[in-house]
Design a protein around this ligand. Structure first.
Ligand SMILES: C[S@@+](CC[C@H](N)C(=O)[O-])C[C@H]1O[C@@H](n2cnc3c(N)ncnc32)[C@H](O)[C@@H]1O
Length: 288
C-alpha cells in the first residue's frame, strides 16, 4: 500500500505535486484549501492523478471531519505551508497587498467571514490597535489605529496604506520592509483567525497521524513558528508540570518526537530563485 498524505494548504499545488510524484502509484493525497479559487484551479491542474487525489475546500482546523468524510481518517504525512500564496498576494482584487489598489477585503475565503474593511471601519480603536500590535508586531500600532479611525471610512488597500504612512514618522520607516507590511499582516491574521486555525490544525493533525507518521510545517513569521515550536515541545514531553513542582500530577505522555531540533531554513540558492522563501522555517515531528 502507498502512503496516505494530506496537504492542508494546497495553494497552487507545488508541494502536492512533489508529494504525488513520490507516493503514486499506490498512494493517495487529500488536498485542502480554504480559498475556493485556489481549489478550482488545482482541481484542473491535478486531474491527471485521477482518484489518487481528493480536493476539498475548507479550513484545516476542520481536518478531523474533512479527513473522516473523505476516506482520510488516518495519514502518514500531513503538511502545512502557512500564510498566503503568491496568487493571493499578487491579485489586487483580494485586498492583501499595499502595492496597487483594491478593495479592503483580505479574506482567504471571500465567501465567509468579515472583511478587513468591516474591521477597520467598525471596530473600537483599542481593538484595531491590539490586532496591529499583537498580530503585526508593529510598535506604532496605537498611532496607526488612531489615524485609521480618524480617516474612516476606509474602502481600499491604498486608503489603509496611506493611513499607515501618515501615522509613522518618516524617520522611523523600516528600511528592509514596506512601512505598511506589519499593519497589513496584523489585519490579515485577524480577518482569517490565522493563529486560531494553526492551533486547531496542529491538534487535528496529531489526532489524524498514524504512529510513525510525520507532520511538517512551513512558517513565514515568528508568530506562526512560535505556535508550532511550542506545540511540538509540549507534545514531545512526558510531563508538562511546572518545573518547581516536585511530583508529576499532569499525567501527560509524549505523542510526538521532534525530527528537526532547529528549524530548516532555505539555502541561498533557493532564496535567490524564490525571494519570498527567505523567511521560511520548516519543522517536522513524528507521531509516537
Ligand atoms: C503558502 S500557500 C501554500 C502554497 C502551496 N504549498 C503550494 O505549493 O502552492 C498557503 C495556502 O494555504 C491556504 N490556507 C491558509 N490558511 C488556511 C486554513 N486555515 N485552512 C485551509 N487553507 C488555508 C491559503 O488559502 C493558501 O492557498
Amino acid at each position: 500500500m502507498g502512503a496516505v498524505a494530506i496537504d492542508c494548504t494546497l495553494g497552487q499545488a507545488g508541494h502536492a505535486r512533489q508529494i504525488l510524484e513520490r507516493i503514486t502509484p499506490g498512494g493517495r493525497l487529500l488536498g485542502i484549501d480554504r480559498d475556493p479559487r485556489a481549489v478550482e484551479a488545482v482541481r484542473v491542474a491535478l486531474a491527471q492523478y485521477g482518484p489518487a487525489v481528493v480536493i476539498v475546500q475548507g479550513r484545516f482546523s476542520e481536518l478531523g471531519s474533512i479527513g473522516a468524510q473523505n476516506g482520510f481518517a488516518k495519514a502518514d504525512l500531513i503538511l502545512f505551508d502557512f500564510g498566503l500564496s503568491s496568487n493571493q498576494i499578487d491579485d489586487p482584487e483580494r485586498g492583501f497587498s499595499f502595492r496597487g489598489e483594491g478593495p479592503l477585503d483580505m479574506r482567504m475565503d471571500p465567501t465567509a467571514g468579515v472583511t478587513a474593511a468591516t474591521i477597520v471601519n467598525e471596530s473600537d480603536v483599542r481593538e484595531i490597535e491590539r490586532m496591529i500590535r499583537e498580530y503585526g508586531e508593529e510598535r506604532w500600532a496605537r498611532r496607526i489605529a488612531q489615524f485609521i479611525v480618524a480617516r474612516r471610512p476606509l474602502r481600499t488597500t491604498r486608503d489603509l496604506a496611506e493611513a499607515v504612512e501618515a501615522a509613522i514618522p518618516k524617520a522611523a520607516w523600516p528600511r528592509d520592509i514596506n512601512v505598511s507590511t506589519r499593519a497589513f499582516q496584523g489585519l490579515r491574521i485577524a480577518v482569517n483567525d490565522e493563529l486560531g486555525e494553526i492551533e486547531a490544525g496542529l491538534r487535528a493533525a496529531l489526532m489524524t497521524l498514524k504512529p510513525g507518521g510525520r507532520m511538517a510545517t512551513i512558517s513565514f513569521h515568528s508568530l506562526e513558528d512560535r505556535l508550532v515550536k511550542s506545540f511540538f515541545n509540549v507534545e514531545s514531553k512526558d510531563c508538562i508540570c511546572p518545573p518547581q513542582q516536585p511530583v508529576c500530577t499532569c499525567g501527560h505522555r509524549a505523542t510526538l518526537r521532534i525530527v528537526t531540533r532547529r528549524p530548516v531554513r532555505p539555502s541561498e540558492d533557493e532564496v535567490a530563485a524564490n525571494p519570498r522563501a527567505r523567511s521560511a522555517r520548516l519543522r517536522v515531528a513524528e507521531k509516537i
